[in-house]
Design a binder for this molecule. Structure first.
Ligand code: NAG
Ligand code: NAG
Length: 455
């Protein structure tokens, strides 16, 4: 599967943004994050406050549209799931012509893997040997270049932190919010700078958790709106949905991400898993085991028989952890917060990777709690198609949010032509005709997951 995947990425890269697959081997390419001192916590990490910038460097990235004024990476202080000091990296883009009032766009990538050298920050670096280039070459440049063309500052954080805690929502959410504080501090932006967020799939997990924690963890951020699609809501349900199926590799990655975040869960599973399972966990933690490897290495794997207890998710330790890692009130052992700002959320009805029903249930609960959500179901789409069909509507909503002009809808309902927008001239207007045409040209091609993309 890997060669065809790489061919596809090459095709997408050239089709969408004109970036060749083989990155230029610039002298500036950095060593990988597992050995790069830029990623290493200083001895006095705990002396810094969350969001403080500890070090920075100038980088050349694969996002190189005409509105990139400068790009940097910041190593900043955040927190782990267990509330311990953590340091992580954000890639930030300064617009050539900053908008007034100041606006910050927080873009969450879907790293979907559990080792430091798969981090978005290294994938972004032009000329790096990252195995995770696929996560920054599909639609990422469309969102970031568009935001820069509007004069927004852009921040894209390595939100799994130093422990590569994929899908551990608290870790992800806090790192996103601290990343926004970091760009605000580094670029000396006003305290009341407007902030909007976007993420799809794994990036939607980070985004939905950032929106959930914002009120308590970062009340001083002026968040005006957020968009997320294909959103994982419950780690338990997403794991169950994927386990044993074609995309079971993601179930394993999610499990390892949770093990990385919760030492008691790590001890418990390592005590009860057989040798095959131990080997798989080690593989997920090995260098260069990035999204392509996650998808292609362990399809159709059922993880339950590898564990020597019945109903492993319902044993006390996993059960307690999973009741923290959900945003469904019925599963959570804490009060799930309702964000105050407007949100657009969307999900493909036929999503084969992230279950639709949890997301629909979450929206229902949130609306009952007083949320302001436009919810768009994409009736004929699956995961990747949903990602692409969602672009024009997402961009339009983000612009409306910054301008305080989001449409009034009954919470939980959508607008009639959302997924059809890609085929209208409105899509050309918001994204540029070339980008819109490149997305449309993907109709009939194979997705990163080996399926045919159909619009
Ligand atoms: C942390 O240590 C470095 C190097 O000694 C020093 O320059 C810096 O000011 C310290 N930071 C804090 C917040 O204490
Ligand atoms: C996508 O391609 C299929 C054929 O593969 C075609 O039937 C369909 O109309 C195309 N969709 C759009 C919106 O052009």
């Amino acid at each position: 599967m890997l060669p065809s995947l790489l061919t596809l990425v090459a095709l997408l890269s050239t089709a969408v943004v004109g970036v060749p697959l083989e990155p230029r081997q610039t002298a500036a390419a950095f060593p990988d994050p597992t050995v790069d001192p830029f990623y290493k916590a200083p001895a006095n990490l705990s002396s810094y406050k969350p969001g403080d910038v500890i070090r920075s460097r100038s980088v050349q990235t694969v996002v190189n549209g005409p509105d990139v004024g400068a790009s940097y990476q910041l190593y900043y202080r955040s927190k782990t799931t267990k509330q311990k000091p953590d340091g992580t990296v954000a890639t930030v883009f300064v617009p050539k012509k900053p908008a007034s009032p100041t606006r910050i766009f927080s873009y969450q990538s879907y790293q979907d893997s559990t080792t430091l050298d798969c981090n978005p920050s290294w994938a972004f670096v032009d000329g790096s040997a990252s195995q995770n280039k696929a996560i920054v070459t599909l639609d990422t440049p469309i969102y970031i270049n568009w935001a820069l063309s509007q004069g927004y500052y852009v921040v894209a954080s390595d939100d799994y932190g130093s422990q590569s805690a994929f899908i551990a929502g608290r870790q992800e959410g806090m790192a996103v919010l601290d990343g926004i504080k970091a760009i605000r501090a580094y670029s000396k932006l006003p305290k009341d700078s407007q902030v909007a967020l976007f993420g799809y799939s794994g990036g939607a997990s980070s985004t939905v958790w950032a929106t959930t924690l914002a009120g308590s963890y970062a009340p001083d951020l002026n968040i005006v709106g957020a968009v997320h699609g294909g959103t994982p809501i419950s780690t338990r349900d997403t794991f169950t949905f994927l386990n044993g199926g074609a995309f079971s590799g993601f179930a394993g990655a999610g499990l390892v991400g949770i093990l990385n975040a919760y030492p008691e869960m790590n001890d418990y599973i390592l005590q009860h898993v057989n040798d095959d399972g131990k080997k798989q966990i080690a593989a997920y933690r090995s260098n260069n085991f990035c999204l392509p490897q996650v998808v292609s290495t362990y399809p159709f794997l059922n993880f339950y028989p590898e564990i020597d207890v019945d109903d492993p998710l319902d044993q006390p330790i996993p059960k307690a952890v999973l009741s923290q890692e959900t945003l469904l009130q019925s599963q959570a052992d804490f009060k799930v917060a309702v964000p105050k700002f407007p949100l657009l959320q969307f999900h493909a009805l036929l999503d084969e990777i992230v279950p639709y029903q949890d997301h629909a249930d979450y929206v229902k609960e949130q609306c009952a709690g007083g949320a302001n959500i436009q919810f768009q179901t994409l009736p004929i789409a699956e995961h990747i198609t949903g990602e692409l069909l969602g672009i024009p509507g997402s961009i339009i909503f983000l612009k409306q949010a910054f301008e305080g002009q989001t449409p009034k809808v009954i919470c939980g309902t959508g607008l009639p032509d959302f997924s059809g927008l890609l085929f209208t001239s409105q899509a050309d207007d918001v994204m540029g005709k070339q980008a819109a045409d490149s997305i449309r040209a993907l109709n009939g091609t194979k997705s990163v997951f080996g399926e045919v993309i159909k619009f």
